[in-house]
Design a protein around this ligand. Structure first.
Ligand code: PRP
Ligand code: MG
Length: 210
């Protein structure tokens, strides 16, 4: 029975692929996946797909992938219907409110918040009882306060380089994130044996390299 796995393109791709190779349940995907979006590992009966990180939960929820790897940030934003089964202990970053230094000290009413994570931002400010206007962007969010599109942003910080280079600072931390393994609900029943084996092997690697 073949197992389909959705891996995130971009900065988490190498760690995700290395994890499967270290676990001994996939071979040569790193070499092949740079050319193709789908790579078959016939020996191990696995199929790997490379998709946009934001799309991983969609593939898994619909069963187009049995398993997926994506950040906790994306899971909290999308709240898709799938199981989160393992913290993979890479892709560490923080979800923060950031802005120019002045934004930290000013108490604006009806603040504008630019973000790729509208649900997380909405929920965060609602819990604080702050009325804000959420402005949804698809990237380069740090630009928004610089050109007056918003007063602050809600975004991911990893090294802090992007904030620094754009003259922004962290105003508040919302939560810490890392890569997670997610599973399609039906697959966990129909392919139970194989999926459980994979989870155990990945867990061993995660615990060894922690
Ligand atoms: C992400 C995130 C921040 C940056 C954080 O953007 O949205 O902008 O990385 O990383 P750093 O703290 O190490 O600088 P990404 O590069 O994914 O591009 P995008 O925002 O245009 O989608
Ligand atoms: Mg960015």
């Amino acid at each position: 029975m073949e197992i389909l796995i959705a891996l995130p393109k971009g900065r988490m791709a190498d760690s995700a692929i290395t994890l499967f190779e270290k676990a001994g349940i996939a071979e040569n995907i790193l070499k092949d996946i740079s050319r193709k979006l789908v790579v078959n590992d016939h020996k191990n009966l696995m199929k790997f797909m490379l998709v946009k990180p934001m799309d991983v939960p969609t593939y898994v929820e619909h069963g187009a992938a049995d398993l997926g790897i994506c950040g906790k940030d994306i899971l909290l934003e999308q709240k898709k219907d799938c199981y989160e089964v393992l913290d993979l202990k890479f892709g560490f970053c923080k979800m923060v409110v950031a802005g120019p230094k002045e934004a930290k000290d000013s108490f604006l009413t009806n603040k504008r918040v630019a973000t790729k994570f509208p649900n997380i931002a909405e929920e965060f400010f609602r819990q604080k009882g702050e009325n804000v206007e959420i402005i949804k962007l698809n990237g380069s969010v740090e630009l928004a306060p610089i050109v007056g599109l918003s007063e602050v942003i809600v975004d991911i910080v990893e090294t802090g380089n992007t904030l620094r280079e754009n003259g922004l600072i962290v105003i508040e931390e919302i939560f810490s994130s890392s890569a997670r393994l997610i599973v399609n609900k039906a697959s966990l029943k129909t392919k139970s044996q194989r999926i459980k084996e994979i989870i155990i092997k990945l867990k061993e690697v995660v615990e060894t390299f922690k």
